[in-house]
Design a binder for this molecule. Structure first.
Ligand code: IVH
Length: 724
């Protein structure tokens, strides 16, 4: 980006951010989600970092968040209402623990107290001599808004603290001095309770139903419902909105953290005894592993909870540790918000690609400048159909808001048109199918454009499924459903694309979370070296089965051995260039091909046309440039490569095997792999050249044939000995 482009972008970002800020902070109207607004601020922040000379005092980056509103009296907080650091992944949480370990210079043995992170408005309540005297919002952290009148309409906030009984205080594990001091504080001292005011999902739905019938503007979400209700000048409106309050912190005036009440768990119990609601889901855990379990459980239960949460908060349970660890920058070291995915972010549209689905419908997918949406990097987003592009008035180069909730495919929600610079490109409907180049049609009122070639998707699917199969590339776990998902998601157009899939592309698919994406990538990486015979078989050349593929690979090996010395041929690191392979096959005449054993006129014709067909040449070219490497080694695992020496010495080397009947301890394909691994060959039928017949249970006619020809017959046990 040039200086003047940056200057332009900064100007536009500032006015867009300011527009939404004003709507929200002054007019109480949310015109963009906080996550999307954060995303814009982040972009501005990054640009200003790059061009510090462009920072101005009125830039939104120079603003302290959440200035109190003028319409309320101001409250100076006794202790600042700070914020929390955010974590979005297990790794973020491990980093947090490691930072604390480094800070403390010792390992962390402390328990953690895991809490729900309520999505509402932070409130502090001051009780003097047991009476509620002040309720305030956070404001900018130092100065908040006095909303005592409104707070008093919340039924779950006690106007006078409940006095716990002696046995209740005993149960808290307090000694008699502590019990006395606490009782004194409740009745004759100051206690501050901090927590979250929330609107339940039920109240939110009922209110919106009512507002809709009255023609009034609906509430955008429960957080807005809570925040808007508390910051009302008319407390009747607050009351109508039936808010709830949950306590998450207790400050005992005149006492340090950890005095009287030693743990976060204890503070929660005490808040409860004082008459507050606390979250019954909160619990003590012993280590990060258990924190992750808590998080996973909460994530599962999230939808069924009566209120909205946006994650969990993990706190060191021992309150004395809070003093030791303290605060850094804007937030404490001793607690961390371990959040669910922020669901919206802003990014740029780099391109639009068209996917062909099972029904031949062409679906546009937006290629995005990679962006983190709640911990996961996303680089693609579905657009459904061409009408959606028109409805959004989407152009290449546009800045858009994308949304991703849970494992659902990310969507483009809206276009920030004010950020356009005039270089955006309009998107045209497709004329030709990106897969088979057939013309594209749109019939009647249908929204979808379709490929006119009815077999397009099915053929493509079949080709890829064959390529990934066990006896070809053996890309384990990539079943037809996953392949279809990859095709529909625009991750692949053919088998060659499989080797270049990126993590962020996988994360853009439904049901693909971190772990699954990592596993798929690991599996593909472990199969980046593929033997030539498997590759040729995987290409799906008509009439070329496993054996013919082996023959073709063997013949190429022979051809190479004329050019290279045998050490090189046996070198497991020798990589085959696909362009050489193409040249070799193109140089073979039909007769040459027919002269190769087992290849008749039909097969030779099919092989010949495959290596000259433009569609296959395009695919081969993609393979050449993909992350796949081909070897002459008859197996494709690294284990096989290290076995090359044993091949040379093995009894199996160059021996021809035939199998019949079913084996007990290994599958037929495993047996074949073993034989090949030791340099042997496997054939379907018994001939005079066969060296061994391996016989399993219920053998077929091959057994009699072999006996007649005097071929050595091995049972499973003997075979296993041979390959040991
Ligand atoms: S402890 C330093 N515990 O999350 C602030 N906060 O993103 C102490 N929140 O402003 C906060 N549930 O309003 C804490 N169980 C919980 C919470 C919680 C929701 C809110 C709180 C805070 C915001 C920070």
């Amino acid at each position: 980006m040039t200086f003047s482009e940056a200057q332009n972008r900064i100007k536009k970002l500032r006015s867009e951010i300011d527009y939404h800020r004003y709507n929200y902070a002054v007019l109480d109207e949310e015109t963009i989600s906080p996550a999307a607004l954060d995303s814009l601020k982040m972009e501005l922040f990054r640009l200003e970092n790059e061009y510090p000379e462009l920072i101005t005092p009125d830039s939104p980056t120079q603003r302290v968040a959440g200035k109190p509103l003028d319409k309320f009296k101001k409250v100076v907080h006794s202790a600042p209402m700070i914020s929390l650091f955010d974590a979005f992944s297990e790794n973020d949480m491990r980093d947090w623990e490691e930072r604390n370990v480094n800070y403390l210079k010792r390992t962390i043995r402390e328990e953690y107290y895991c809490e729900l992170k309520l999505d509402g408005l932070a409130i502090k309540l001051r009780y003097v001599n047991g009476l509620l005297v002040e309720g305030a919002t956070r404001g900018d952290g130092k100065v908040g808004e006095n909303v005592t009148g409104n707070i008093k309409t919340i039924n779950s906030i006690p106007l006078r603290l409940r006095v716990p009984t002696a046995s209740e205080l005993n149960a808290l594990g307090l000694n008699s001095t502590e019990k006395n001091e606490l009782s004194k504080l409740i009745e004759k001292g100051t206690i501050e309770v901090r927590g979250e005011s929330v609107m339940s999902k039920k109240v939110f739905a009922a209110l919106n139903k009512k507002y809709l019938s009255l023609g009034k503007a609906e509430l955008a979400n429960t957080r807005n419902g809570a925040a808007g209700s508390i910051r009302q000048l008319d407390s009747k409106i607050t009351a109508e909105r039936k808010l709830d309050f949950y306590a998450y912190d207790l400050l005992l005036d005149g006492y340090e953290r950890g005095e009287i009440i030693r743990t976060r768990e204890g503070a929660d119990k005490l808040a409860n005894l004082l008459g507050f609601k606390t979250l019954k889901q909160n619990r003590v855990v012993k280590n990060l592993g258990e924190v992750f379990k808590f998080y996973a459980e909460v994530e599962k239960k999230r939808a069924a909870l009566p209120f909205e949460i946006d994650g969990t908060v993990v706190k060191i349970n021992d309150l004395k540790m809070w003093l030791t660890l303290g605060i850094v920058g804007k937030a404490p070291r001793y607690e961390m918000a371990y959040k669910f995915s922020a669901e919206q972010a802003t990014t740029k549209i780099l391109d639009i690609i068209w996917q062909v689905g099972r029904t031949g419908a062409l679906t546009p997918t937006a290629v995005l400048e990679p962006v983190k949406v709640g911990g996961a990097k996303i680089s693609r987003s579905t657009l459904h159909n061409f009408d959606e592009i028109n409805r959004l008035d989407l152009r290449i180069g546009d800045t858009v808001i994308i949304e991703r909730s849970g494992d659902v495919i990310p969507k483009v929600i809206s276009v920030l048109k004010n950020l356009r610079n005039g270089h955006e490109k309009k998107i045209a409907a497709p004329d030709f199918c990106p897969i088979c180049n057939s013309s594209v049609i749109r019939t009647g009122d249908e929204v979808a454009y379709r490929c006119s070639n009815k077999k397009c998707f099915a053929v493509m699917m079949r080709e890829i499924i064959h390529f990934v199969s066990k006896n070809a590339a053996d890309l384990e776990g990539l079943g037809p459903k996953v392949i279809e998902q990859f095709l529909n998601g625009g991750l692949i157009k053919d088998a060659a694309d499989l080797y270049d899939i990126k993590k962020e592309e996988l994360l853009s698919l439904e049901r693909f979370a971190e772990k699954k994406a990592d596993n798929v990538l690991k599996m593909i990486a472990s199969r980046r070296i593929l033997s030539l015979n498997r590759f040729i078989y995987g290409l799906g050349i008509r009439h070329v089965g496993e054996e013919s593929a082996e023959l073709l690979a063997d013949n190429y090996k022979k051809y190479l051995s004329l050019k290279l010395d045998s050490e090189k041929i046996l070198n497991p690191k020798l990589k085959i260039k696909i362009s050489d392979l193409i040249k070799y096959f193109q140089s073979l005449s039909r007769e040459d091909l027919e002269n190769l054993a087992d290849v008749g006129p039909i097969v030779s014709k099919s092989i010949g046309s495959f290596w000259s067909d433009t569609h296959s040449l395009k695919l081969l070219d993609k393979f050449e440039n993909s992350g796949l490497a081909l070897t002459l080694n008859p197996n494709n695992s690294s284990e096989a490569s290290s076995n090359l020496n044993s091949i040379k010495n093995s009894e199996l080397n160059n021996k021809i095997f035939v199998l019949t009947g079913s084996l007990d301890g290994l599958t037929r394909s495993e047996a074949k792999d073993k034989i090949k691994q030791y340099g042997g060959k496997v054939k379907e039928n018994i001939t005079k050249d066969t060296n061994y017949l391996i016989v399993g249970a219920e053998p077929g006619s091959k057994y009699e044939q072999a006996k007649k020809l005097g071929i050595k017959i091995l049972n499973e046990e003997e075979f296993l000995k041979l390959i040991k």
